[in-house]
Design a protein around this ligand. Structure first.
Ligand code: ZN
Length: 294
């Protein structure tokens, strides 16, 4: 299963997180049937969202939403504190022109939003945190870094990669690494990191060769010592279910459900996040009608 690690370096003044996400991206691509370039874009966003989520303790749900004017139109990913992630793109068939995978071309210009919601688990709903910045390059990794700098005042380095291949399972490898520089970090170390990353082998090459999350940390930090504080399994998992689909149908109201029963002889719902379709037959619709008071 895919793994996510996080840790610290330089006496806690640098936070580091890294993940290998090939299974997650394969599952997302299988569910949404995305084009190669849309797969790369979605894979980078899913990976970046997991990395961003791993540094936060006081939240239940973190959502990254890209609204853009390129062919892909938009990307949404959501993760929780349990390491589950789900996501989708608005136009799965978006493809860059020519023979190259050009993520920034299908993204175009737009906005990068982060929404953090907390308190659901314990029934204490707190006001969600919402941060937005314009897209920086549309290459996704840069956009996460730009968001962290502008919205959270955290200088960072974010490298995200998805390696594609022409045969199934199409995603050869996927992963990413994020460094966050905390207040008090030594300027000399920051320069060292910038230099290390500038001269490091390409992330996509490393993950294609079978790198583990810790290899990505080493690549980004060079000779700087680090400590891994946590390692967890992560997966593409949606929170939808037949029960939730039925509850959503019920929320439309008795008249609407009666018309579904009488006119359509059933109902169908598709979850946007995971593309799972739920069918409700006549008996199930009747059951919902019976459960709704007059
Ligand atoms: Zn779903």
């Amino acid at each position: 299963m895919d793994k996510l690690i996080h840790g610290t370096a330089a006496d806690g003044t640098i936070r580091v997180m890294a993940a290998i996400t090939a299974e997650i991206v394969r599952e997302a691509v299988r569910r949404h049937q995305t084009s190669p370039t849309a797969s790369a874009a979605l894979g980078r966003v899913l990976t970046g969202t997991l990395l961003l989520g791993s540094s936060l303790k006081d939240f239940d749900r973190l959502t990254v939403r890209i609204e853009c004017d390129g062919a892909i139109e938009g990307i949404v990913a959501e993760t929780n504190a349990q390491g589950k992630v789900r996501g989708y793109v608005r136009n799965p068939l978006a493809e860059s022109k020519g023979n190259t995978v050009d993520v920034k071309e299908i993204i175009g210009k737009g906005m990068f939003h982060v929404i953090r919601e907390a308190g659901f688990d314990v029934g204490l709903y707190r006001e969600p945190y919402h941060g937005s910045v314009p897209l920086y390059t549309g290459e996704i990794g840069d956009d996460f870094a730009y968001y962290l700098l502008k919205s959270e005042q955290i200088p960072s380095a974010v490298l995200l990669g998805v390696a594609l291949q022409s045969e199934a399972p199409y995603i050869k490898a996927a992963g990413g690494v994020m460094l966050q520089i905390m207040p008090g970090a030594n300027e000399h170390l920051i320069t060292m990191i910038e230099d290390t990353i500038a001269h490091a082998p390409h992330l996509t090459k490393l993950i294609s060769e079978g790198a583990a999350p810790e290899d990505l940390v080493k690549m980004a930090l060079g000779i700087i010592d680090y400590e891994i504080l946590d390692e967890r399994e992560v997966e593409f998992k949606c929170s939808c279910s037949p029960e939730r689909a039925a509850a959503l149908i019920a929320s439309l109201g008795k008249a609407e459900v009666e018309s579904m029963l009488n006119e359509d002889k059933g109902a169908e719902m598709t979850c946007g996040f995971c593309n799972q379709t739920y069918h409700l037959d006549e008996a199930q619709l009747q059951e919902i009608i019976d459960s709704l008071s007059n």
